[in-house]
Design a protein around this ligand. Structure first.
Ligand SMILES: [Zn+2]
Length: 198
């Protein structure tokens, strides 16, 4: 049985949105090369204030979860207290995560999740099973396969023809993107991702 875990309240949701826009603003200044010490201090102070009252054990359900809401919640309730019940990637990988969870549950209904996030452009799913031997190997193989699939699945829209891209600037960022999302990010957010030649 999974424990009952509360969702974020309206106020917490607003704080989270404020944190996200604060971080976005910080990123913009940094990329534009106009981040001076005063602006950095102001941003960090604001973020610290917003973060202090943030309940990390509440369920942080992404507003763009859509059809994958239940699937994402199923993963987040497996995260122990203190680790932060959220999934840190864009919506294009929600299907991979929900499908992986369904496959892992079939092997071990009591498996534990620690973190699910994008790191260096691909999905990282940190989980643990009490199963041993062949079952443990199967468990690990399912995770490895989903993480590998994220390497050609657009993190924004889920298109499967995606490629690992990078900003190639001083703050080198990596993201697996389809050609269309590459263009969108440049037009909408001013971030210039380009496919990394393989
Ligand atoms: Zn895309």
């Amino acid at each position: 049985m999974m424990p009952e875990i509360p969702e974020l309240t309206v106020v917490e949701r607003q704080r989270r949105r404020a944190m996200a826009s604060s971080l976005q603003e910080l990123g913009k200044l940094a990329r534009a090369g106009t981040l001076d010490e005063a602006a950095l201090d102001a941003s960090l102070g604001q973020l610290a204030g917003l973060g202090a009252v943030h309940d990390i054990d509440a369920l942080h359900i992404a507003e763009d979860a859509g059809d994958y809401r239940a699937g994402l919640v199923a993963v987040m309730v497996r995260i122990p207290d203190g680790w932060g019940r959220w999934i840190s990637c864009d919506a294009g990988w929600y299907r991979l995560i929900a499908d992986l969870d369904a496959a892992l549950v079939a092997l071990d209904p009591d498996y534990v999740v620690y973190q699910v996030k994008e790191k260096f452009g691909t999905l990282h799913f940190y989980a643990e099973t009490a199963k041993v031997g062949e079952r443990a190997a199967e468990f690990a193989a399912l995770i490895t396969a989903a993480e590998a699939a994220s390497g050609h699945t657009c993190e924004r829209c889920g298109a499967e023809s995606a490629q690992m891209c990078s900003t190639g600037q001083f703050s080198q960022l990596y993201k697996t993107l389809c050609a269309g999302c590459c263009e969108h990010l440049q037009a909408d957010e001013g971030i210039r991702y380009r496919p990394i030649p393989s």
